[in-house]
Write a protein that binds this ligand. Structure first.
Ligand code: MRU
Length: 368
């Protein structure tokens, strides 16, 4: 997608030096566009843990390249042990997103059939590139399916802009390209269908205010930033036609874990008969579980992310300030689970399915 009219992906191998992988360091957005070089597996793990990169698909792609980087620097004397250690290090960075585990497992399986160290390294590089390309392709394809839903609503509204509410950032910054929740929006906008996006600011990390608002602006998609608690009011007044969010882990029965606060939006959507859709590439399914509330691990992050806030000062400096009493305790759960019964449909690269085990498994019979 575009940054100042130039197309970027969120992660790519340095064309001049394949030992280096480049990422957009999202901590500096929207005020600064910073590209960071990742060279060792520690850099990759830190980039995921400290959220230089974030979002389901991008975490998976970063883990794929991180695994390759670990092999590049593994000692020939204890290659297997170094590889196992790196896999565990990457998987431990963030517990909720299933793409992380999925990407590391895919790498382990891909290199298992190669016998020499050189062959394993080049297979790991090819697989990392494949994971990234596939993520971009799946998001582009799910965007085309989701566009049809927006087109139908636009028709019912006789061409008036379709108001879509989204939470957090499930945009191209959360994937390799296009995004999940935003892919249908970009596709509709490109096709000339009128859209307007309500962007939840998404406390405490403010992915909506900092990232979603920025990327929609870069693509000239009309949008309005709102405090997290505004959605219910907008829905009661007929100002939301549909909700589209992303997911970090989806069970085989259609429960979805997404950024904290998503569940409350789904409840408000149900109460107001607003269709609530979840967009995802199939890499986000966790086929091993059914009950999301019981079985999806929920990441807990530092309370400092709630108590401090950072932004740009009038003289252009980035500053972090304390907003709560210093001694106040905070609880920072990163995600919540929205049960399938609140989800109108899952928008995937293979099409749109109802959020229930029978329909999901019929669509993904080869994977489920
Ligand atoms: O903590 P984050 O920013 O990595 O959380 C991920 C998200 O942005 C969301 O929950 C998103 O909506 C789904 S990931 C595409």
């Amino acid at each position: 997608m575009k940054v100042n009219n130039t197309n970027y992906r969120t992660i790519w191998p340095d064309p001049k030096n394949p030992k280096v992988v480049k990422i957009i360091d999202q901590r500096h957005l929207p005020h600064k566009f910073v590209i960071e070089d990742l060279c060792r597996v520690d850099d990759f793990a830190k980039a995921i843990f400290e959220m230089h990169v974030r979002g389901a698909g991008l975490i998976g792609a970063t883990a794929g390249f991180g695994f390759y980087s670990a092999l590049l620097h593994a000692s020939p004397n204890h290659f297997e042990a170094d590889m196992e250690k790196a896999a565990a290090q990457l998987i431990a960075t963030r517990p909720t997103a299933s793409n992380l585990l999925w990407a590391v497992k895919r790498q382990q399986e891909a290199i298992a059939t190669e016998s020499s160290i050189e062959a394993k390294i080049s297979k790991a590089f090819a697989t990392a590139c494949e994971i990234a390309d596939e993520d971009a392709d799946f998001c582009r394809r799910l965007g085309e399916h989701g566009k049809e839903l927006i087109a139908q609503i636009s028709k019912q509204k006789k061409g008036k802009p379709v108001n879509i509410l989204t939470h957090c950032n499930a945009g191209w910054l959360a994937f390799v390209d296009y995004g999940s929740a935003t892919a249908p929006i970009y596709a509709a906008h490109k096709a000339g269908i009128g859209v307007h996006v309500w962007v939840d600011e998404t406390r405490p990390w403010l992915q909506g205010a900092k990232l979603t608002a920025w990327e929609l602006g870069q693509e000239n998609v009309p949008h309005t930033l709102i405090p997290d608690n505004t959605g219910g009011h907008l829905m009661q007044h007929g100002m939301v036609d549909m909700v589209i969010v992303g997911t970090d882990r989806t069970t085989r029965s259609g429960d979805v874990a997404n950024k904290i606060g998503t569940y409350l939006k789904a409840l408000a959507a149900k109460d107001n008969d607003v269709p609530f859709y979840v967009a995802l590439p199939s890499s986000t399914f966790d086929w091993t579980i059914r009950d999301g509330v019981k079985d999806i691990p929920i990441e807990e992050r530092s309370a400092d992310e709630i108590k401090f806030i950072s932004g740009l000062t009038e003289d252009g400096r980035n500053e972090t300030v304390l907003i709560a009493p210093p001694e106040t305790k905070g609880a920072n759960y990163g995600f919540d689970v929205t049960p399938a019964r609140l989800v109108r449909g899952l928008i995937t690269e293979r099409g749109i399915t109802a959020a229930n085990e029978r329909d999901i498994c019929a669509m993904y019979a080869d994977l489920a």
